[in-house]
Design a protein. Structure first.
Length: 551
């Protein structure tokens, strides 16, 4: 029996203890709930162009209570649905149009921008007021106002400065202004400019619902917001590594263990954050039973892997169970059917979120196979999208092969010539089709970004003379056969490639079980430098989560 055939469990790891399950009604995640497909190996992406997101929910601002601040009325919340910017923004600006009717006495109004992670920042507030009960400036809001860090520094770009030269009931001058803090007790007149972009530089992702909140602090003067737009430019996305639970760009050491016993025993995930000293790195998380597939990926776009399993069952009953790290909430997505391969989860829409996905082989030899995924954004947001690609007998290995942020469709097929394998590729979006001969049909596929250029490389591993040999086809030089080394024992080791040093390159790695629990290690060979390291983690009989991205 060849190493490839012996490792067929690595393709679907179901024949042994490994594919872990969860009770549908209870979804066991235990008492201690504290990503990976995300472009295996990851690499910072270039900044995206500015994108404008129109607001919804405009209208009248509810009047304030009796007297003045602190007696604000109910808020008017204008929402912006941001997609396609998985990083923190490199620039932020927001514009708003007042009118129908104009809002009298602008000193009443406070405008606040709130990001999806609840980071809150004042655009302007209680303009002209320097005391707790001050009524502020008596000008009106009745035009288009844009707030951006590119506006001139005050006084020429000063909101408060301009307000002081407008008379009572005179409409505030349209234009582009710097943001300012809110007036009130202890405020100075004029209030200094603030930095809008810097306020949101630390958010994990721009994707999600942003809110522009308006409140009125005094009674009697009212008005409305007729339009608003949020403009964001995505920054360079942080390095995304597979199986990275703290978002630091490094693959973490993670194994799952059947702690309940039996084929449906409860499973515990054991993680040590890579680079964090023990015991502070330890995370023990119960999620699943011993009959599900592990498909840990960043499904919510916060650059952290989420605990996720897929449970095979008949159509309409099979499901992904995902614990989303951004909100600490459970997501259940009924998807796929028994016999599907869920290890193809990935970002097919390019919004920074992994999409639930399965690969379904053709019913018999030569028949059409399909990729299915549920789009997390775009034209088919929330719908199941299918891509006919491959045929019965092929093995899927999707990844971002052209570096555009979207997973592409790739299958490995026996070429029928001397045991060689031929890969068939279809680019997601352009539908460009290509093929190339690489490796043997019995090789295990271990995709990743081994050359660090932001594109997934085809890599295969092969047992030769008792060792695991790693061959790859670098996207920077696809005509070149790259050899990453003979690393690992073919009799026992699990390939667990990932970015263990956070340099944006996928490293060669294996996890080696051993009857002696003091001799169970992750072994890592850093791509490029060749530096070797090892980390003791796990017990004999565990399953290393990073192995799921082998096919």
């Amino acid at each position: 029996m060849t190493w490839r055939k012996k490792q067929s469990a690595l393709r679907f790891w179901t024949g042994m203890f490994a594919v872990i399950g969860t009770v549908a009604a209870v979804l066991i995640y235990g008492a201690s709930i504290n990503n990976a497909v995300a472009k295996a190996g990851g690499s910072p992406s270039s900044a995206s162009p500015a994108a404008v997101f129109p607001g919804t929910g405009t209208g009248p601002i509810p009047d304030g209570g009796s007297g003045c601040a602190p007696s604000p009325g109910a808020p008017l919340n204008v929402s912006f649905n941001v997609t396609g910017i998985s990083s923190a923004p490199s620039s932020v600006s927001v514009d708003m149009t007042f009118g129908s009717p104009n809002h009298t006495w602008m000193g009443d109004v406070v405008a606040t921008l709130i990001s999806p992670d609840s980071t809150s920042f004042t655009i302007f507030g209680r303009t002209g007021s320097t005391t707790a009960a001050g009524v502020g400036d008596s000008s009106d809001l009745g035009a288009l106002y844009n707030f951006s860090d590119v506006a001139p520094t005050p006084p020429s770009g000063g909101w408060w400065q301009e307000a002081t030269v407008r008379g009572t009931a005179e409409v505030m001058t349209t234009g582009t202004y710097r943001t300012t803090g809110s007036g009130g007790a202890g405020a100075t007149n004029p209030m200094p400019a603030t930095n809008l972009t810097a306020a949101f530089a630390g958010i994990p992702t721009s994707n999600g619902t942003w809110t522009l909140r308006f409140t009125d602090g005094c009674q009697a003067d009212t008005g409305a917001v007729s339009a608003a737009n949020l403009t964001l430019t995505g920054g360079a996305a942080p390095v995304k590594a597979p199986v990275d639970y703290n978002g630091d760009g490094k693959t973490d050491y993670t194994v799952v263990r059947n702690t309940g016993g039996g084929p449906s025993g409860q499973v515990t995930w054991y993680t040590c954050y890579n680079g964090t000293a023990e015991p502070g790195c330890w995370q023990f998380q119960q999620w699943g039973l011993a009959s599900d597939f592990f498909v840990s990926a960043d499904f919510d776009g916060d650059n952290k892997s989420d605990l996720a399993v897929w449970r095979p069952a008949p159509a309409t009953q099979a499901a992904f169970y995902i614990f989303q790290s951004q909100t600490n909430t459970v997501r259940t997505d009924f998807f796929g059917q028994t016999g599907d391969d869920p290890t193809v989860v990935g970002d097919y829409t390019g919004d920074g979120k992994a999409d639930p996905a399965v690969y379904r082989a053709g019913a018999s030899a030569g028949q059409q196979s399909f990729f299915y995924y549920r789009a997390s954004s775009g034209t088919f947001n929330g719908q199941i999208v299918f891509e006919p690609w491959g045929q019965n007998g092929d093995f899927p290995a999707p990844g971002d092969y052209d570096g555009d942020g979207k997973y592409d469709f790739l299958v490995q097929r026996n070429s029928g010539v001397g045991g060689q394998a031929i890969f068939w590729q279809r680019i997601n979006g352009s539908n460009a089709i290509s093929n190339f001969v690489f490796g043997l049909a019995t090789d295990v596929i271990a995709p990743g970004d081994y050359d660090g250029d932001g594109k997934t490389d085809v890599c295969v591993v092969r047992g030769i003379s008792g060792n695991i040999n790693w061959f790859y086809r670098p996207s920077t030089a696809p005509a070149t056969l790259g050899f990453l080394g003979a690393f690992g024992l073919s009799s026992s080791d699990f390939p667990t490639q990932g970015d263990y040093n956070g340099d944006g390159k996928t490293d060669v790695a294996v996890w080696r079980p051993n009857a002696d629990p003091t001799q169970v290690f992750f072994h890592v060979l850093a791509t490029g430098s060749g530096a070797y390291s090892r980390f003791e983690w796990g017990n004999n009989g565990d399953y290393p989560v990073a192995n799921f991205n082998t096919h």
